[in-house]
Design a protein around this ligand. Structure first.
Ligand SMILES: Nc1ncnc2c1ncn2[C@@H]1O[C@H](COP(=O)(O)OP(=O)(O)OP(=O)(O)O)[C@@H](O)[C@H]1O
Ligand SMILES: [Mg+2]
Length: 366
């Protein structure tokens, strides 16, 4: 689908990347990761021919789009791009934001374009916002509309450049769930992301960019668990991530807590933080056992992420069960202490349910 040969991009003296070669198959999802300034955004902009490469070729379905005379408008119809800052047209309502390009470029009738737009709004879960204006929507909702707008052109490839970096955890959760859906619809997706747990979960392959190119590539397991090259190792090591899976109610909670403690000590988290992570997870797991897994064995996976820079602790938890949001306060129910504690301890939280899968993101209070 996409074949990149010897791609080189410079700005004057600055070589952003040199001699990138890659082959991306139809339906593949590629996560692009790497330190700031290593050319991830420029790489995407060059693939979309928003930047002219200095050397090299980009073949999309066999057509070299770097050649003079290629109709770049046609290329951009095939290739959608969603950036960090969602640029919706502020003077148009949501429906018109989505139908504008299909009507102008694809010459679709108003009815046809609106029908498709409503389908897409349903996909991103925002049918009730069709007549709203962008400023009436949250950041996460706007980003979901930006995705719908890009899908309205029926692209075969979508490039996401840090689609969630400006969003808080709840909204990130929502946007990522839409992207997860798209990977299942057979679209070819390239995504630059700092959400490593997500990169790992959805991608077929990871490109780690550094040193002026794709420094190392591999499956998510290869890159995150067994990186071969020095800089990849250093990058992955910096991610303070702890993962754990629970598949039985009689799992060893003491061992889990010990592992969490080792993880925290390695990164100099204080005793108070260790205790609050452990307490939080213990309570949450017990609540989930009671609410979701009365008769079936649990299927719970969680990731603890700690950022050195911001000193923030995030917990991502996925559990396969019926729709259950532990953060939702149900008025007429005598609230149990565990749930109260969970809510009290989390600074921010988000829950999302789709197809038998609950995901929650929590930022713990410091
Ligand atoms: N228009 C430009 N003119 C000159 N240099 C540029 C231009 N755009 C980007 N650069 C430089 O190219 C390099 C790569 O930038 P790029 O934005 O692709 O990095 P990135 O990997 O996306 O970083 P981040 O993770 O911070 O988004 C940087 O050194 C940047 O300063
Ligand atoms: Mg960038």
């Amino acid at each position: 689908m996409i074949k990149i040969n010897g791609l080189t991009k410079k700005f004057g003296e600055l070589v952003v990347f040199e001699n990138i070669n890659a082959h991306i198959k139809k339906g593949e999802c590629i996560a692009v990761i790497g330190p700031s300034g290593t050319g991830k955004s420029i790489f995407f902009r060059t693939i979309a021919m928003l930047e002219r490469p200095d050397r090299g070729n980009i073949f999309i379905d066999g057509t070299d789009i770097t050649q003079k005379g290629v109709d770049l408008n046609r290329v951009h119809e095939k290739m959608g791009m969603v950036y960090q800052g969602f640029h919706l047209f502020s003077h148009l309502n949501i429906l018109n934001n989505i139908t504008l390009a299909p009507r102008l470029v694809r010459k679709k009738s108003k009815e046809e374009a609106e029908m498709k737009a409503m389908e897409l709004l349903s996909l991103v879960g925002l049918t009730d916002k069709a007549n709203s204006f962008p400023h009436e929507l949250s950041g996460g909702q706007q980003q979901r509309i930006a995705i719908a707008r890009s899908l309205a052109m029926e692209p075969e490839i979508i490039l996401f450049d840090e689609p969630t970096s400006a969003l808080d955890p709840t909204m990130t959760c929502e946007v990522l769930s839409i992207i997860r859906k798209l990977t299942k619809m057979g679209l070819t997706i390239l995504i630059v992301t700092h959400e490593m747990h997500f990169a790992r979960e959805i991608s077929d392959r990871v490109f780690y960019m550094d040193e002026g190119g794709i420094y190392e590539e591999g499956t998510p397991d290869e890159i995150f668990d067994r990186p071969q090259k020095e800089k990849t190792k250093a990058f992955v090591k910096k991610l303070k991530v702890f993962q754990y899976e629970i598949s039985s109610k009689s799992f060893d909670m003491v061992s889990m807590n010990a592992q969490i403690e080792v993880f925290c000590q390695k990164y100099n988290l204080g005793a108070k933080q260790v205790y609050s992570i452990q307490l939080f997870l213990e309570e949450l797991i017990v609540v989930l056992f009671n609410k979701c897994y009365e008769t079936t064995p649990p299927e719970i996976k969680f990731t603890i992420e700690y950022s050195d820079e911001t000193n923030r602790i995030s917990i991502y938890l996925i559990y396969l069960a019926t729709d259950y949001n532990p953060f939702e306060y149900i008025d007429n129910q005598i609230d149990n202490l565990g749930m109260m504690l969970i809510r009290k301890m989390s600074e921010k939280s988000g829950h999302l349910y789709e197809n038998g899968r609950n995901s929650i993101v929590i930022e713990l209070k410091k």
